[in-house]
Design a protein around this ligand. Structure first.
Ligand SMILES: [Zn+2]
Ligand SMILES: [Zn+2]
Length: 246
């Protein structure tokens, strides 16, 4: 829930707005200071026609990156607000471990700026947390971003479109096969939402896109349930998914 406008001065009085990256004073609870804005890395052009992976200067626009070439993606594109580095990592951690009300809106605005052609018919589905983790943390940061994205871009939130049926270990450091095994059967479409997802255009929302193993499992399940297309939207994208295809 956004802080009601009337309350903002009181909140600001008790918690003077601070930049979540450097701690410097800022004008409102929902942004970064000007210096920190300029440290965010935004994926540039030219980029892969299928997944928007930036090529640097090495490829002409319209080309396809090596991972997409090796294995054509089942998603219909990746909209990433930033590339994963120190500043975006700090924001992701701050969203995960506190200050989410102030940050989710700002992070979602940056994601929305990269999402093209999404209208009110699209469904926004967050990458699910297992209920134990949800219970421990109290909220799913991907769902918070999805909620804000819906507010900005006018789609519909299906917060429980996907469910995680078993807790999965951290996938970091696992090889492609091990990740696949860890995720096998872990994520499925919520049977109560299957009717809504059939034939739908879906935005799958996550805070960080790392190996792509989790999002690929989500996309596969959504497509299996009949989703017409699935676009992945994330705040920070790690650019070593090439590892996924080795
Ligand atoms: Zn700052
Ligand atoms: Zn690609």
């Amino acid at each position: 829930m956004p802080v009601p406008q009337l309350l903002v001065p009181v909140v600001d009085l008790i918690f003077p707005p601070r930049c979540p990256l450097c701690g410097g004073g800022i004008g409102s609870q929902s942004g970064l200071c000007p210096q920190c804005w300029s440290t965010l890395s935004v994926p540039g052009d030219p980029a892969c026609a299928l997944c928007s992976r930036p090529f640097g200067d090495t490829m002409p626009d319209g080309g396809i990156c090596a991972p997409c070439f090796a294995q054509p993606p089942r998603h219909a594109g990746i909209a990433a607000a930033t590339l994963y580095d120190e500043p975006s990592r700090k924001l992701v951690l701050a969203l995960k471990h506190g200050r989410r009300l102030a940050l989710a809106g700002m992070m979602a605005r940056l994601i929305a700026a990269r999402l093209n052609g999404v209208d009110e018919t699209w469904l926004f589905v967050p990458v699910p947390l297992h209920r134990w983790r949800l219970w421990k943390r109290g909220y799913n940061q991907a769902a918070e971003l999805a909620r804000e994205l819906v507010r900005i871009s006018g789609g519909q939130l299906v917060v429980d479109g996907l469910e995680r049926r078993k807790p999965t270990p951290s996938l970091g450091g696992l090889g492609k096969l091990a990740r696949k095994r860890a995720l096998s059967g872990a994520i499925r479409v919520n049977p109560r939402r299957a009717g809504r997802l059939k034939g739908a255009s879906v935005v799958l929302v996550d805070d960080v896109l790392t190996s792509g193993a989790t999002s690929n499992a989500c996309v596969a399940q959504l497509r299996r349930a009949g989703a017409k297309r699935v676009v992945i939207a994330c705040f920070a994208r790690v650019l070593d998914e090439a590892l996924d295809h080795t």
